[in-house]
Ligand binder design. Structure first.
Ligand code: AMP
Ligand code: MG
Length: 517
């Protein structure tokens, strides 16, 4: 199998190259050498043909013994130089000190035939110096969710890490899924994640926290150079342009999450990519019945810190922590404050453009803000499915608005009746607004259906794929992958676009998830 590697992260930044795996603090380095721990009976469960193509890997290579050995962590390919990254993070609002890749091992930075750099990283490949007391492994259910969701996000057009392969290790892993004192053995798995960079806010924070200023400077220079090649190397404002770009991309990412109703679930600063892409899929979810306070993460059930509508302010808070870390190396504090203010500005304008597109408006006017707000308030009060609502809204006729068109989006017939009047009043306002623009119903329908997905990876669907995969049946996963490839298309099988069924309301994995993975 031919993959070419150019491992800049390990070649250009200092690391602990002893290869020792025992848990420890690793001052003064950005990474530690860590070989994956071998597994006994690896088996390829599935792979992404789009990511394989990115890496110029034809199907026969993916199905080869060499691939299985390399991507289960059993044998390195020539040119691989495995390491775990050192990073820290603010978790649930508090500084948590050194975290690092406790179960992720980067194999190397592959260069494809187009000259693109794609770092390959195994998640669940065994312990590293950052594993603390944990086992370095991952279970099938969380690995399958990460695999599916990374690819689903990509096809929705949302920046994300990608996933190449999902491999069963053949080895059981002990987990207490519900955190109720009943640990059980579960099948283990390894996902190969693929990204232009795996650098997180936490990689910078740990250096600032240890007072390693020179190294922080080096990591910033490295990141700008490798991961932000579009920023002019000779510009005297290079740092401020870079920080502004990070803030801008983060703002745009959050707007995209809101567009599709995605809740990350664990927006700790160690789970924030410096590229502004979605990273670290854990107890994430898509909102079914619209609720701004909804979080899928059971660990967050008391605070709702990472709930749907709090994601913008949390992203900003995380950027503030990144700014604090950068104080030691930034030309001035005001450069950082300007970046943060830029976040606010970009977020506001990207949010209103996104909402205009979601509602099918060509231009935004001041009074539209209340039209949107009132809609979301009604969706919440009347228990309406967000995804289905926006697809149905596209079918509304501006000269003959009819609430019946939206009826299928309601979860509860009695709430439909209770809110029929107020909803109809809102719909008439909406239709009147549509009549003020030069756009036919059909043009608007097509435009709305290009931004409002028909298919999102609802938690209960992912759980069905997990239940089947646990019985060695990958067909449900493959069906979901097929739908995820065309999330805006009409032709998706209706059982994959249906609102959450009632049985899924309380079933573990279908509405709420623990961090256990
Ligand atoms: P997460 O909440 O998944 O982003 O993980 C937070 C930190 O815990 C990261 O440093 C992970 O590498 C580490 N971690 C989570 N699960 C494990 C595990 N099973 N073994 C080792 N480290 C882990
Ligand atoms: Mg993480």
């Amino acid at each position: 199998m031919q993959l070419e590697f150019d491992n800049r992260f390990v070649n250009e930044l200092p690391g602990d190259s002893t290869g020792a795996l025992q848990s420890r603090q690793t001052p003064d380095v950005c990474w530690s050498a860590a070989h994956p721990t071998q597994v006994s009976k690896p088996a390829l469960l599935t792979y992404s043909r789009e990511v394989a193509e990115l890496l110029d890997l034809p199907e026969e290579h993916i199905r080869s013994d060499a691939f299985l050995a390399a991507f289960s962590g059993n044998r390195l390919l020539p040119g691989m130089n495995p390491y775990a990254a050192r990073y820290g993070g603010h978790q649930f609002g508090s500084w948590a000190g050194q975290l690092g890749d406790g179960r992720a091992i980067s194999l190397g930075e592959a260069i494809n035939s187009q000259g693109q750099r794609w770092e390959l990283q195994l998640k669940g490949a065994g312990i590293t110096p950052y594993s603390r007391r944990a086992d370095g492994r991952a279970v099938l259910r969380s690995s399958l969710r990460e695999f599916l969701c990374s690819e689903a996000m990509h096809h929705l057009g949302i920046p994300t890490t990608r996933a190449l392969s999902l491999i069963a290790t053949g080895e059981p892993v002990m987990r207490d899924m519900l955190y109720d004192g009943n640990p059980e053995m579960e099948p283990g798995a390894i996902v190969c994640r693929v990204s232009k960079s795996f650098i997180r806010f936490g990689n910078f924070e740990i250096l600032a926290s240890y007072g390693e200023r020179d190294l922080l400077n080096r990591l910033v220079a490295f990141t700008m150079d490798r991961d932000f090649p579009e920023i002019d190397k000779l510009s005297s404002d290079r740092f401020s342009i870079w920080f502004r770009t990070v803030c801008e991309r983060t703002a745009r990412l959050i707007v995209e999450w809101l567009r599709v109703g995605f809740v990350h679930g664990v927006m700790n600063t160690d789970n924030m990519s410096i590229l502004g892409i979605t990273i670290d899929y854990g107890p994430y979810g898509w909102v079914d019945n619209f609720d701004p306070g909804w979080t899928p993460n059971t660990t967050d059930a008391d605070w709702h810190r990472y709930a749907l509508a709090r994601q913008p302010s949390i992203a900003r808070w995380n950027l503030e922590r990144l700014a604090d870390a950068m104080e030691a190396v930034a030309p001035s504090r005001s450069v950082l404050d300007e970046g943060l203010a830029h976040f606010d500005h970009v977020f506001e304008s990207a949010l209103s453009s996104m909402l205009a597109a979601k509602f099918g408006l060509l231009q935004i006017r001041n009074e539209d803000a209340s039209l949107f707000e009132d809609a979301f308030e009604l969706l919440h009060k009347a228990n309406v499915d967000m995804t289905e609502f926006f697809r149905s809204l596209a079918d509304v006729k501006r000269n003959a608005p009819d609430l019946a068109v939206l009826k299928s989006a309601f979860y509860d017939a009695s709430l439909y009746r209770d809110h029929e009047k107020t909803f109809t009043a809102w719909l008439n306002r909406y239709a009147a607004r549509l009549s003020q623009q030069q756009r036919s119903d059909e043009e608007r329908r097509l435009a709305m259906n290009a931004v409002n997905p028909r298919f999102v990876l609802r938690n209960y669907l992912a759980q069905q794929a997990i239940d089947a995969a646990t019985k060695n049946d990958m067909s449900v996963l493959e069906r979901l992958m097929d739908a995820a490839r065309h999330p805006y298309d009409e032709g998706i099988p209706p059982d994959l676009t249906a609102k959450r069924p009632d049985w899924a309301i309380d079933k573990p994995g279908c509405s709420m998830l623990s961090c256990s993975s």
